[in-house]
Design a protein around this ligand. Sequence first.
Ligand code: PEP
Length: 257
Amino acid sequence: MSNRTPIMAGNWKMNLNHLEAIAHVQKLAFALTDKDYEAVEVAVLPPFTDLRSVQTLVDGDKLKIKYGAQDLSAHESGAYTGEISGAMLAKLKCAFVVIGHSERRQYHGEDDALVNAKVKAAYQHGLTPILCVGEGLDVRRAGNQVAHTLAQVDGALKDIPADQVRSIVIAYEPVWAIGTGEVATPADAQEVCGAIRGRLVELYGQEVADEVRIQYGGSVKSGNIAAIMAQPDVDGALVGGASLDAEEFVKIVRFAD
Ligand code: PEP
């Protein structure tokens, strides 16, 4: 049993406007209790346009739900139309920022070098990265999921020092399981999450590796989360579709009940 506090994070993707966001966070806040927050760190990751509303609600009602963004710019400021900087997210008191989600890698051409620059930008502004890694179906079929995912980890963490990495959250998300209803088996999740921790040991030593929280993501639901969380190197979940249903997300937070 590790000392790591599990983290359940809801990636809303491009869903819920700022009014719907308030209603959704209110539902979560109403359902979650101190017992839940003692056991699990709970975070929501809304679209940028919802962040100010979520911040106002969380600050005003002193909610224990954390929040963050789904991406950030690698740049500090300036002529980067459409981008959002780490400083802007920090000003909104975001705790987390998702970096390198497979949908960013796939539809926006993000490569490991850009992901690495974004990890650096996040730490520059005191934001905790939720770094997404994971293989596509072809790689899985060829049996190369571990090598592929570890190469992404190496690329993302290039020149990131140990004192920063100890706080990172790494989400192992096999691309073939995202939004498909096809969940990895607990053994599949453990194979790669365990290998990620092994690589962290090689890069940063056992003590740092033991602190890093590694999530599984890909069609997580209340019905499959307990078996995945029983794996020794899985410390939480990055939840997409199921996080849009407040009742379902609360059940996922309560995976141990
Ligand atoms: C995700 O968006 O990171 C994700 C895992 O989505 P889903 O849970 O819908 O598969």
